[in-house]
Design a protein around this ligand. Structure first.
Ligand SMILES: Nc1ncnc2c1ncn2[C@@H]1O[C@H](COP(=O)(O)OP(=O)(O)O)[C@@H](O)[C@H]1O
Ligand SMILES: [Mg+2]
Length: 239
């Protein structure tokens, strides 16, 4: 589904990614685990096209995309939920959700759109309660939920989530992660970055561990669990 080969990204003298190669299977949930500053956000931004790598290649469904602009990648079904909050703060919650449809290839009729937005309200009732409020008046966690919902309404084939648990109450984190498992069941491929590996490991099929811009470990759920049990790793990544 997605293949990154020998990616390098420098911010001036800072080497954020130093030869990262990863392979993402379709219809899998892949966890990117690493401490603050290890390069997780940079990696996701390289996939979505916000950052052009200094070196390396990205193949998405066997097509080179590393030179394609962000909009092109969005059209091909790649959605990126960023760490910083990107929403229309002076628009209502409801209008923000309508904007979630904006990037879809096929045109939806209004009735269909409202049906899907109502499903979001059923799932996250707080968004339904606040649907007429300006998005900028929501708490940080509620804004995060709104952004995740907007990305999901765009019906991505590849969903990139950068530390989705940040700022969310534990019960909401559970809801979001459960939602991700349902999306996977519907055929969405998901890459999720987390500092707190214990969270991502609950749903991941496969994981990569990043350290100072390099992949220092990778493996399936058994590997990730065994890492969690090793003392030296667990103190660094698992809190
Ligand atoms: N815009 C930027 N300018 C300069 N340095 C940056 C920038 N963004 C990230 N970095 C640096 O690149 C490294 C990787 O950062 P990042 O990808 O944000 O890691 P993570 O998401 O794992 O915390 C860090 O050393 C960080 O300080
Ligand atoms: Mg980050």
């Amino acid at each position: 589904m997605l293949k990154l080969t020998d990616l390098h990204v420098n911010y001036g003298p800072i080497k954020a990614l130093q030869g990262v190669s990863i392979d993402i299977e379709p219809n899998n949930i892949t966890a990117i685990i690493g401490a603050n500053g290890s390069g997780k956000s940079t990696m996701l931004s390289v996939i979505s096209g916000l950052i052009i790598p200094d070196q390396g290649e990205i193949y998405y469904k066997d097509i080179a995309i590393h030179t394609k602009p962000v909009e092109e990648r969005v059209k091909q079904g790649i959605a990126h939920v960023m760490e910083g909050r990107r929403l229309f703060k002076d628009q209502s919650v409801h209008d923000n959700l309508l904007l979630g449809f904006y990037f879809r290839n096929s045109k939806e009729n209004k009735k269909n759109m409202l049906k899907q937005i109502n499903e979001v309200y059923d799932r996250f009732p707080i968004l339904g309660e606040k649907k007429s409020q300006l998005a900028g008046t929501l708490s940080g966690g509620q804004q995060q939920l709104l952004i995740i919902s907007m990305a999901i309404l765009s019906k991505p084939q590849l969903l990139l989530l950068d530390e989705p648990s940040l700022g969310l109450a534990p019960i909401v984190v559970d809801q979001v992660y459960q939602y991700l498992e349902e999306l996977k069941a519907q055929g969405v491929t998901i890459i999720v970055s987390e500092q707190m590996a214990a969270l991502a490991i609950r749903i991941a099929d496969y994981g990569y561990v990043l350290e100072r811009g390099k992949v220092v470990g990778k493996g399936d759920i058994h590997y990730l669990k065994s890492m969690m049990e090793s003392d030296e790793m667990s103190s660094v990544y698992f809190g």
